[in-house]
Design a protein around this ligand. Structure first.
Ligand SMILES: NC(=O)c1ccc[n+]([C@@H]2O[C@H](COP(=O)([O-])OP(=O)(O)OC[C@H]3O[C@@H](n4cnc5c(N)ncnc54)[C@H](O)[C@@H]3O)[C@@H](O)[C@H]2O)c1
Length: 382
């Protein structure tokens, strides 16, 4: 017998026509929760979600609402905020530069906030948002999806198990070739390559590296980075050429609390010769691991081979085969849906939640420090 729905919760969803807003947040999270009959809480009650689609194009919103059997959509954010109850949720997956003002307006009317990253364009703006949330007494959550990748979850399991002994370093490779858009279409939106529209790989990815490093190994204490624009000319969605003003690759060193050194290469100008688009290698005195999106492999101290440098001899060792696969041990649900459920439980049942606007602000601050490090050619302490 299904649990009776005891109440409903309005979720204002802004930016649902975008890549992230539609696929991950609307379809795979909010609609998936609706289809399972709502979210069951620890007291046995069930809460159903009532999404209101918000965007700039009424035709697209209407088509989307029709496609999914929804009735509420609007192009008027202010009206949607004013006519919905305080205590409902405002969700934001708009382009980054439109986010800050919308979050401020929503909090001023007592809405809880769930948002994509980065939360703001500057660290000052991000910290201001966190302060406004405290003053308004609303709950906030920021997407931190990389922690829900099965490979990263397994890496965290290894850290918690003490597998590595003393952890020395992390080296990470993230990226793939993003087409320029002239002879093959670009697979990312053109605003990603325009600084004035909140683009840039540092702003996009360093907020992820902030919570990933903090959660796995310790908070970032200092950063040294070089951000560059390797490809200065690209073609937009309409096939028009434009100047790419934002950084499209960044090479960073992060010093973590606890003494671990992390290095991350983040690039949209690299061709993939790895098993996955993101790979993190952690080396410790007792063992090492390489984690990707889905898989994670380990090599223990006791099974570490002894390679000898000799360029006169052909390579005989099959290094990749000397590693052991970490088992899944459980089913991994869609990470975006799991995050929605955790945030909803935080709002509805007061369950603890670490990834609020203050955590989001640490990510924006790290990105800002990395850009400053690059511009000034020096190490920046946080
Ligand atoms: N968590 C993640 O892994 C992840 C991945 C990609 C993007 N993001 C974040 O999600 C947000 C959206 O990114 P996306 O890749 O879905 O972008 P997108 O271009 O596909 O979507 C942008 C959305 O914002 C709306 N919008 C509002 N004002 C706009 C304006 N002035 N110009 C253009 N669009 C405008 C668009 O209509 C659209 O709905 C960004 O903040 C980005 O940083 C997060």
């Amino acid at each position: 017998m299904s649990t009776p729905v005891s109440r409903s919760l309005t979720v204002l969803m802004n930016g649902v026509t975008g890549r992230m807003g539609y696929r991950q947040h609307l379809v795979r999270s909010v609609l998936a929760i609706r289809e399972q009959g709502g979210l069951r809480l620890s007291d046995g009650s069930c809460v159903q979600l009532e999404p209101v689609l918000i965007g700039r194009d009424a035709r697209k919103l209407r088509e989307m609402a029709d496609r999914h059997g929804l009735t509420q959509y609007t192009t008027d954010l202010d009206e949607a905020l004013a006519s919905s109850p305080a205590g409902c949720i405002y969700f934001d997956a708009q382009v980054t530069h439109a986010r800050e003002a919308a979050l401020e307006a929503a909090m001023a009317l007592g809405k809880h906030i769930y948002t994509e990253k980065p939360t703001a364009s500057t660290a000052e703006g991000a910290h201001t948002l966190a302060r406004l949330a405290r003053e308004a007494g609303v709950k906030t959550g920021v997407v931190h999806d990389k922690l829900f990748l099965p490979g990263i979850a397994k890496l965290k399991r290894l850290v918690d198990a003490g597998f590595f002994g003393r952890i020395l370093s992390l080296r990470g490779e993230f990226g793939y070739w993003v087409f320029e858009g002239d002879w093959q279409r670009a697979q990312r939106p053109s605003w990603n390559y325009r600084a004035a529209e909140g683009g840039g790989i540092v702003s996009d990815m360093f907020c992820h590296w902030s919570y990933v490093l903090e959660h796995l190994l310790g908070p970032v204490r200092a950063v040294t980075a070089r951000a560059v624009t390797h490809i200065p000319r690209r073609w937009d969605e309409q096939g028009r050429p434009y100047d790419a003003t934002a950084d499209d690759a960044a090479y960073g060193i992060f010093e973590l609390g606890g003494g671990v050194i992390a290095q991350m290469n983040s690039s949209w100008c690299v061709r993939v010769h790895r098993d996955e688009l993101l790979e993190l290698q952690v080396d410790g005195t007792e063992g090492s691991a390489v984690a990707g999106l889905r898989n994670c492999r380990i090599q223990h101290r006791a099974t570490t081979p002894m390679p000898v440098w000799n360029p006169d001899m052909p390579v005989r060792e099959r290094f990749r085969e000397q590693w052991q696969e970490v088992p899944d041990n459980h089913e991994f649900d869609n990470g975006f849906k799991v995050q929605w459920e955790q945030f909803l439980r935080h709002v509805l049942s007061d369950e603890p939640y670490a990834f609020d606007l203050t955590s989001g602000a640490r990510g924006v601050a790290l990105a800002e420090a990395a850009l400053r490090s690059s511009a000034e050619g020096r190490r920046i302490e946080l």
